[in-house]
Structure formats: C-alpha cells, structure tokens
Unconditional design. Structure first.
Lengths: 236, 500
C-alpha cells in the first residue's frame, strides 16, 4: 500500500515546484534528458562516467527536495523497473548471440538510463496538470490537453482501487492468474467515466490559467542543470 | 422534449403551474434508448427556496434516472427520451444554454472524486471560480465560498488526501461557486462515517439557510429526516409523497431476522474453539515519519462461528488492520498468526473490485475449483446464490448486478470454498438500503465462517449479532457496547413494507 501510494505520488506535482517558473521546470528535464541521450541519438558521442554521475546526483538532489526522501524512494522503485528491463535485455541479447558486454559498460549504461528516466520523472514532479495543459494548448493539442487533464485527475483514485482489487484477487485466486485483477479495474474505470462525464457536464473543465513563466528562484535550479548538461563538452 | 408518436404516450395532466419556484417537474416520463420501458412514469415535483426534498427508493426504482432528468444529462449524455416538463427558474430545461443551466442547478454526485480536475483543492476551485465569474468577481466568489464552507485548512491539500466528509464539503463548495438556486445531492452519505455524516448534515443546514432548493437522493435517510421539508418515495418510476412519521414511527419490531441461524451453509469442517486467527501486539505505521496507526493491537478469532466487528471512523486504521490480517501488509512490530487449516478471503468496500471473471459461473469455478471438483463447486454456488436471494443466471456478469446483489454474490463465492474460511469484509453495508442492510446482516449472522467485519457507522454495527464488537480509536482496540438501533430497524422494516 505504502509502495503503491509512493508510486502514485511520482505522477503528482510537488508543492515546492510552485516557487519556480514554467520555463525552468520544462528546461531542466529536457536539457538533462537530451544531454544524457546524446549517445543514443548520435552513436559517435560519448558521455563520461563523471558526467553521468554528476547528472544523477543533481537529479537526486532535486527529487529529494521536491518529493521528500520517502517519495524519492518510490520513484526509484519506478525507475527500478526500467533498470530490470534493461538488464534483462542485455542478458537475453548475450544468449541470442550478441557479444558479451563489458560489465563496466553495462553499469554505466544502466546509470545513464536511470538518469534519463529520473529526468523524465522530474517533469511530473515539477509541472502541474494546469501547466501541462497550457503547454499542450500552446502546441495546438487542445483535445489531448483535455484528455490528459481528465486522465491525470482520475489517476489517484485508480491507484486506490488497484490495491483493493489486488488483495481481493490475490486471496481469492491464491496467486494464480493475478493478472485477472485488470478486469475489475477496467470495469471500474468505465463505470467511473460516467460520473466523470456527468461532473464535466455540470462544471466543464477549469480554464487553463497562464502560468508564471519566470521566477527569481529559477537560477538556483537552472544554472546547475545547464552546467551538468554541458559537462561532456568540458570533460571529454 | 420529444413528443411521443405511439399509443403509449403519456398525457401531460394538470399540475399547478408555479413558474416562480426554482424547480418544478410536471408529469415527467423518461426511458433509455436501449429499452422500450419507461423508467420514470409521470413524476411531479415542486421545490421552493430553502426547501429540502428527500427522495428515497430501492435500487432500480429510478432515482438515478430522475436525477439525470433534472439536469438534462439523461437526454444529452445518455440519449434518453423524456416527455413532460422540467422547469428551472420557470424556464424549460431544453431551452437553457449549458452555462445558464449550470447557474440554475448543480449536482454533487456520489463519486465526489470525479468533481476535481486539479489535484490541489485551491487550484481547482479557484480556476473554476475565475472561469465562471471572471478574475475580480471570481476571486471574491472563491473566498466567499471558502469562508462559508470553512475550507481554509483544506485549500493546500490534494483532493484525494481529504476524508470523506471533507471531500464532500469541497465538492459542494465547488458546486456553490456557480451560485445555483437548486442543489442536488446524490447519495451524500455514501462512504461516510459518523463524523462525515454530521458534517454533511451541517452542510445541508448551511445550504438551506442560504435559501437554496435542495434535492437529496439517499439510502441512509433516517439521519436526514429532521432536515427534510418533504419526503418522497420513488417506486417503479412513480413519485409519492410520504409522511415523515410513516418512516419514523416506532413500532414493535421483531428481531428474529437478526438472530443467528444454526444452518451451516459451508462445506468445511472445523472443530469449535480452535484458534483460527491471532493478532498479537501488532503495531503499524505506513512511514517512519508518521505516527503509529495501530498501537499494540490484540485480537483472536477462536471458534469457527466467531464474528468480530470493528467500528471506527475513516482513517482510524480498521481497513489497515484487515489488510494486515489478509497478509497484504506486514506489521511493523508484533505478529499475525493464521491457522494453516483455513483460507482467507477479502471482500473490498467497493464490491465490484472483488470480481475477476466475466460470469458468476466462472467466479465459482476459479475460486472454488482449487479445493473441490468443478461440478460440486457449481452446485454449491447455485445453492448459495439462490439461498441468498440472488435470482440471476450463472452466466450473468457479476459487474451487471445491483450493489446489493453483488455483495450477496461475493459472499456466496467466498463461502463456496467451505466454512474453513475467514471472511474479511471491509464496510459491506456501504451503499445498501436499510432493507438490504437488514438482509445482509441476517445473512452474515447465519454464515458459519469466522468473519472480521469493519463498519464506520453506529447505526449499522448494531445489526451484526452476535459478535464481539470493538471500537478502534487512536490506534487502540476497545470493547464496544452496542445496542440494537431500533430507529434503523424500524426504517428497514418500513422499507420492506414499502418494497424499497
């Protein structure tokens, strides 16, 4: 339950993010993600271990500041899924005939994946639903902005339902076909959507207020992010 | 509204024309596009300023459809056919633009989570207010509503962190941003504990003092009777005014329905007085930084007929205790011992989350076939379902059952694996009419499986007889003395007589 609750909070904006401007909140994850993804986009580019570690430390510091240590651990669990997936793919590829990877290379690649995913997770920690809707509207994606708002609003109650369905299914089925718990959750979501439609009918969607673009506190977060992102130019 | 072309068209008969009243319904008929049967059959209703109209009725009586018709949702979202008139502020509902409609009538539906888009309460309400009234007036309206409904301490919270009563308060406040003349509350007491109930009663009093016309649809109506200006019974699509005293009048009540039956509906065999469950000095908290939710809880279920009822307000830790017993959570300190001879089945508060299969038949097969042969499972299943009054086909989807049927079906499925089962029921009476509560209590009292049942309101806990009843408060378990609530029993008996 606790794990699930912390996991749900990965997708919920932190109160502390209010102090920063929208531009900074978008730029930080985008800069970090792009700089760490350079080797994937341009195979010739190399990222040093130092840069990956510094980026990771910087992200951890922001995540702990925004979400608190406990919820940061929840984020790590989320990221752990990606690590597991990447590790499994590496192992499977060896069995499929690929050349065995250097363990140090695997460790560094894994760290980089963690840093990229953590950067993306920071987006949810920093941007409110209203701000994401604002960005989507600016990108002329009005329909998706509305769908996104409704989906994100219902996410917490879906997580609450998940734990109930999980216990019921686990005890009833004794661990067999635990995937069956998807069915009640889907039905619950459909039933819920009727209430959502009725509530939207009565209230409409709240308008998207123009968010604050800049804040005096922005340099505190933004300058280190720029330095970390450009570190490979300095180190390599 | 659409005129009917066939012979079954209802005739709009003479009803007093009172265009000054905020809500007037004249001979309203309604049916859904998927059926030729009318769900509403000539409903008449008139609600004046400051009046509270309480509408009661059994599941399937048409309450939800009436509610949908009063706002136009029935026609515009569900594409139903409506005949007759709904007048809001003297204007026919179909002539109103959506913005005008929202300023005349607001609904707070039973799933209040769906009213919020922004996670933080302040953002959601403030942005809505600005959208309705513009910046200056919107800001004033927002703070006015915050003050009236005492929301100051809730503004920074996220809506899913609020208690049931607080959530209802925030949702009603959001509706009031429109300053509507009519407020409709759909099952406002759903999921609420005794404190939440008091909170909603206060809210209704506030709305009444503001001169709002209030229409309430509620199963748990006893505690609202004193607030109601008039009470209506909706039965088979027909609305009939009731006398308050008809639902309140004390009578000689037979308590035989609550007396435990000796009938063994299970197939297992456990010796009496064997300890089945032991909760030993269990301490629990979700996070290190939080206070203890449970502080040294001790509990035993020591015979196969043992029933334990735990009463507590929302957030008191009773659901957490069930999850610990279920093995989903682990105690921070202490231990939980379960007899290896018994199975544990958990029936959640939201009953539809219990079901995992597309038909009742499959439910019985997947649940019971681990322990018994498939044919025997089905035989037991049918017998149990019928004995509990669920007269639907085994091929029926459990998700299409009414709430009351779903609860009974879940209990049938849970007990089909034998009486060597501990049933963990989290607030099983939620969402049930008084008559259904009485039936369920009678049913639970007759099942020879040990049970741990959580309840958040006193009026229901007294129905579980005989049971060892505890109150959970401040993380501790206390013995709880409960007497049968005759007012609730009276209401339940009356509901049975009235067929609701």
């Amino acid at each position: 339950m606790s794990t699930l609750r912390d996991f749900a909070y990965v997708f919920i904006v932190s109160d502390k993010a209010e102090s920063f401007g929208l531009l900074t909140k978008v730029l930080i994850p985008v800069l970090l993600t792009l700089s760490l993804s350079l080797p994937y986009i341009f195979p010739g580019v190399k990222i040093s271990a130092v840069q990956t570690l510094v980026a990771l430390l910087y992200e951890v510091a922001i995540a702990v500041y925004l979400a608190g240590f406990r919820r940061f651990v929840g984020m790590l669990r989320f990221i752990g899924l990606f690590i597991l997936l990447g590790f499994t793919l590496n192992i499977v590829s060896v069995f499929m005939g690929a050349e065995p990877f250097d363990p140090i290379y695997i460790a560094l690649a894994t760290l980089r994946v963690v840093a990229v995913v953590l950067a993306i997770t920071l987006l949810f920690q920093m941007l409110s639903i209203s701000e994401i809707r604002y960005l989507l509207l600016k990108l002329k994606l009005k329909y998706y902005s509305e769908v996104f708002a409704v989906a994100m609003a219902q996410l917490p109650s879906t997580f609450i339902s998940f734990s109930e369905a999980y216990i019921a299914a686990k005890l009833k089925l004794g661990g067999r076909s635990i995937a069956s718990l998807i069915k009640p959750l889907v039905v619950e979501s459909i039933l819920n959507s009727r209430y959502v439609a009725e509530a939207l009918y009565m209230h409409g969607l709240p308008p998207v207020a123009r968010p604050r673009l800049l804040s005096p506190l922005d340099p505190v977060l933004l300058v280190p992010a720029v330095v970390v992102s450009l570190l490979h130019l300095m180190v390599t | 509204m659409n005129k009917m072309a066939d012979n079954t068209s209802p005739i709009i008969s003479g009803v007093r024309d009172d265009s000054t009243r905020p809500l007037v319904v004249k001979n309203l008929w309604f049916r859904y596009p998927t059926s030729s049967n009318w769900v509403l059959r000539g409903v008449n209703l008139s609600v004046g300023p400051g009046e509270v109209v309480l509408i009661v009725g059994a599941s399937g009586s048409g309450k939800t459809t009436l509610l949908r018709s009063l706002t136009g949702v029935g026609s515009w979202i569900y594409r139903g056919e409506a005949v007759g008139e709904v007048l809001l502020g003297g204007r026919r509902i179909e002539e109103l633009a959506i913005e005008d409609l929202r300023r005349l009538v607001q609904v707070v539906n039973q799933n209040v989570y769906t009213h919020f888009i922004e996670h933080v309460v302040k953002s959601d309400l403030y942005n809505t207010s600005i959208a309705i009234h513009g910046v200056d007036r919107g800001r004033k309206m927002f703070w006015k509503v915050v003050n009236i409904f005492k929301l100051e301490k809730l503004l920074k919270k996220k809506f899913f962190e609020l208690s049931g009563g607080q959530l209802r308060r925030a949702a009603i406040a959001k509706a009031m941003l429109w300053d509507p003349s009519v407020v409709i509350l759909d099952e406002p007491l759903m999921w609420l504990d005794d404190e939440g109930l008091e909170e909603v009663r206060e809210l209704i009093t506030t709305l009444k003092s503001m001169g709002k016309s209030i229409v309430i649809f509620e199963h748990r109506f006893v505690s609202l009777l004193k607030l109601a200006s008039s009470v209506y019974l909706l039965k088979s699509g027909v609305l009939k005014m009731m006398n308050h005293e008809q639902l309140r009048y004390p009578r000689d009540i037979s308590l035989k329905v609550l007396v435990k039956s000796d009938e063994d509906t299970g197939v297992g065999s456990l010796d009496s007085y064997v300890e089945l469950l032991g909760v030993r000095d269990v301490w629990f908290k979700y996070d290190r930084s939080e206070d203890w939710l449970l502080k040294g809880v001790n509990l035993t279920a020591s015979s196969r007929n043992s029933t334990i009822a735990i009463y507590g307000l929302n957030g008191s830790g009773k659901s957490t205790l069930l999850k610990l017993i279920a093995g989903y959570l682990s105690p921070s300190k202490g231990r939980i011992e379960r007899s290896s001879r018994i199975k544990t089945i958990y029936i959640p508060q939201n009953i539809y989350l219990f079901f995992t299969e597309e038909s009742l038949k499959r439910e019985f097969e997947v649940t019971c076939s681990k322990y018994l042969e498939r044919e025997i499972c089905l035989e037991i299943g049918v017998k149990k379902l019928r004995s509990l009054g669920v007269d639907v086909e085994l091929d029926a989807s459990p998700f299409n059952l009414s709430w009351g049927q779903a609860v009974r079906a879940a209990i049938s499925i849970a007990t089909s694996v034998g009486s060597d089962t501990i049933l963990l029921l989290d607030e099983p009476f939620t969402g049930l009419t008084y008559a259904d509560r009485l039936s369920l209590a009678s049913l639970l009292n007759s099942i020879n499986s040990p049970k741990v049942i959580t309840v958040s309101n006193r009026e229901t806990i007294s129905l579980i007889q005989p049971a060892k009843i505890y109150e959970i408060r401040s993380g501790l378990l206390f013995d709880f003395n409960s007497e049968v609530d005759l007012e609730v029993i009276t209401a339940a008996e009356k509901c049975r007589e009235l067929g609701m």
